[in-house]
Ligand binder design. Structure first.
Ligand code: NAI
Length: 485
C-alpha cells in the first residue's frame, strides 16, 4: 500500500524516540508503536512525569504529550508490533565493534541483524523494512538476504512465502540538542530504495509519510547504496570541519593568533560558510567517531588505503585535541594534578542533551585520573551513575592501546570522582575549573562568588570558548582558552 496506517519502530533511543514522536504528531492518521527490549526505557517513555523521559531534548516533552496515547505508543512487545504494522523502522544502536574482526573500527551490526531475523520470523504479511540506523554501505543486501531466507523452511527447504519484504534506507540527520527542530524542519529527507517495482512503491509510501510536513522537493530519493554512504559521508564532512579548525587552534596558540577571529574571517567566505567552525576540546557524541572509523574500515576493505588514511586523520586529530587539553591542565598546575581538586563544568558531549557517549569529558577525566587528580563534576542533566559508567566503560574498551594509561578499578574511580548538584559545591576549594560542555547557564554564573570559593591561583580552562575572558581576568582568574595565543 502507498498509504501506510501502522508503523513500528524497533529501538526507543535518541533517534527512534524523537523521530517517531514527530511522525506521530505530524500524522495523526498513522498509528506509531515504538518498541525496545529494554523495559526500563519503555517505562520511562510511558512515565506520566514528562521530565523523566529517557532522552532530554528541548521541545520533546510537548510533542510526546500531544501524541502519546492518541497514536503514539511505547511497548516492549516487539513481536506484536512487527506483526501488526506495514512499515518497520530499525533504529537500534550500531556501536563500534569491541571484539573480533574489525575490532575498534567496524560497526557492530549484531543488533540490526537480530531485528532482521526477528522480522523474518514473525511476519505473516508484507512489510516495508526501513534502515534508520546508520549502517555501512551494502547492509541492505545483508538484511534482504536474511529476510528472504526466512521464507524458506529450515527443515524441508520448501518456500512458505508467507510475506514479502521491501528494504529502504532512510538515514537520520538530526543533531542531538536540536532534534525536534531538525526533524520538523529537515534540510532534506533521504530515501534510498532497491531498483525494483516493489522498491519504488515502498519509496513512495515512505515519501508520502514525510510529505505530511516536509516539502516534496526536499524529499530526495537515491539508489540504496548511495543513501547508506551519504550518511557516513555527511558525518565525516561535519567532523572534518571541527578537526580542521581544531588543528588551526594549536597553531594559533603558538603564534599569538586567535582561532575565533580566524574562524569568523574564513567563515564569511560563502564558499566555506560559518557553521561547524567553533574550536573546542574536541567533538564527542555517539556518531562522528564511530561513523568515520566505519568509513575508514570500509575503505581498507575495498583496498583504498590512501582514502582510509585521509579520513582516519580526522579522528587522530580529535584524540590529539582532547589530549592537548588535559596536558595543558597538568602543565599549568605545575606538572602534577595529584591530589588536586579539578572541577568539571559539564559532562554531556554537547549542550541541551543528556547523552554522554564519547564525550570529550570522559577522555580528559581519564588522563587527569591517571595522574590521580580528584575530579568534581557538575552537569545540569547527567546523572552520577552515568558518569561512573562512562569511566568504567573506557577502562574496559580503550581503542588506543598504545597509550600508556593504566587501568583504574571501579573503586578507584568512585574514590576520585565526585558528582555534585550545584556548580558552587563542585568548585568549592578547587585548584582549577575545566569547562567541558557549552551549557548556556555556565556563561551567567556569579563568577566572583565561584572565584572567592576557590584556591588561588584560580585556574580556568575553557574547553568551549564560551566564557567572557575580560570579565574573568578582571576578577583574578588565570584563564586559558582554546586557540588563543
Ligand atoms: P540508542 O542506543 O539511544 O538506542 C538504541 C535502542 O535500541 C536501545 O534502547 C536498545 O535497547 C534498543 N535495541 C537494541 N537491540 C534491540 C532489539 N533487537 N530489539 C529491540 N530493541 C533493541 O541509539 P541511538 O542514538 O538512537 O542510535 C540509533 C542509530 O541511529 C545508530 O545507528 C546511530 O548511528 C544512528 N543515528 C544516531 C544519531 C544520534 O544523534 N544519536 C543521529 C543519526 C543517526
Amino acid at each position: 500500500p502507498t498509504e501506510i496506517k501502522k508503523i513500528a519502530c524497533i529501538g526507543a533511543g535518541y533517534v527512534g524516540g524523537p523521530t517517531m514522536a514527530v511522525i506521530a504528531q505530524q500524522c495523526p492518521h498513522i498509528q506509531v508503536t515504538v518498541v525496545d527490549i529494554n523495559p526500563q526505557r519503555i517505562a520511562d517513555w510511558n512515565d506520566e512525569d514528562l521530565s523523566k523521559l529517557p532522552v532530554y531534548e528541548p521541545g520533546l516533552p510537548e510533542v510526546v504529550a500531544e501524541a502519546r496515547g492518541r497514536n503514539l505508543f511505547f511497548s516492549t512487545d516487539v513481536e506484536g508490533a512487527i506483526r501488526e504494522s506495514e512499515m518497520i523502522f530499525i533504529s537500534v544502536n550500531t556501536p563500534t565493534k569491541t571484539y573480533g574482526v574489525g575490532k575498534g573500527m567496524a560497526a557492530d551490526l549484531k543488533y540490526v541483524e537480530l531485528c532482521a531475523r526477528q522480522i523474518a520470523e514473525v511476519a505473516t504479511s508484507n512489510k516495508i523494512v526501513v534502515e534508520k540506523s546508520t549502517l555501512p554501505v551494502r547492509t541492505a543486501q545483508a538484511i534482504r538476504t536474511i529476510l528472504d531466507s526466512s521464507s524458506i523452511n529450515g527443515d524441508t527447504g520448501a518456500s512458505n512465502k508467507k510475506a514479502q519484504f521491501a528494504v529502504l534506507s532512510n538515514p537520520e540527520f538530526l543533531a542531538e540538542g536540536t532534534a525536534i527542530t531538525d526533524l520538523l524542519h529537515a534540510d532534506r529527507v533521504l530515501i534510498g530504495s532497491e531498483d525494483s517495482e516493489g522498491g519504488k512503491q515502498a519509496e513512495q509510501a515512505l515519501a508520502n509519510i514525510y510529505a505530511n510536513w516536509i516539502p516534496r522537493e526536499q524529499i530526495i530519493t537515491t539508489r540504496i547504496w548511495s543513501s547508506e554512504l551519504s550518511k557516513l559521508t555527511a558525518n565525516a564532512f561535519l567532523a572534518q570541519r571541527i578537526s580542521s579548525i581544531n588543528s588551526i587552534s594549536a597553531l594559533c596558540e603558538r603564534t599569538g593568533a586567535d582561532v575565533d577571529e580566524v574562524a569568523r574571517a574564513i567563515g564569511m567566505d560563502s564558499r566555506i560558510g560559518s557553521k561547524f567552525l567553533k574550536s573546542s576540546v574536541g567533538f564527542g557524541g555517539s556518531c562522528f567517531q564511530k561513523d568515520i572509523l566505519n568509513l575508514v574500515y570500509l575503505c581498507r576493505h575495498f583496498n583504498l588505503p590512501e582514502v582510509a588514511d585521509y579520513w582516519e586523520q580526522v579522528v587522530t586529530l580529535n584524540d590529539y585535541q582532547k589530549h592537548r587539553f588535559a596536558k595543558q591542565i597538568i602543565d599549568s598546575l605545575f606538572n602534577t594534578v595529584s591530589g588536586k581538586k579539578i572541577s568539571f563544568l559539564g559532562w554531556a558531549f554537547k549542550k541541551d542533551t543528556n547523552d554522554t557517549r564519547e564525550s570529550a569529558a570522559i577522555y580528559v577525566a581519564d588522563e587527569l585520573l591517571q595522574d590521580r587528580a580528584e575530579i568534581h563534576v557538575y552537569d545540569p542533566k547527567v546523572k552520577a551513575e552515568q558518569i561512573y559508567a562512562d569511566l568504567e566503560y573506557l577502562q574496559a574498551n580503550r581503542r588506543n592501546t598504545t597509550q600508556e594509561n593504566g587501568q583504574l578499578s571501579s573503586e578507584e574511580i568512585r574514590q576520585l570522582v565526585n558528582v555534585h548538584q550545584s556548580p558552587f559545591d563542585a568548585t568549592q576549594n578547587a585548584h582549577a575549573i575545566a569547562v567541558l560542555t557549552e551549557w548556556d547557564e555556565f556563561k551567567t554564573y556569579d563568577w566572583q562568588k565561584i572565584y572567592d570559593g576557590m584556591l588561588k591561583p584560580a585556574f580556568i580552562f575553557d574547553g568551549r570558548n564560551i566564557l567572557d575572558r575580560e570579565a574573568l581576568k578582571a576578577i583574578g582568574f588565570e584563564l586559558t582558552s582554546i586557540g588563543k595565543g
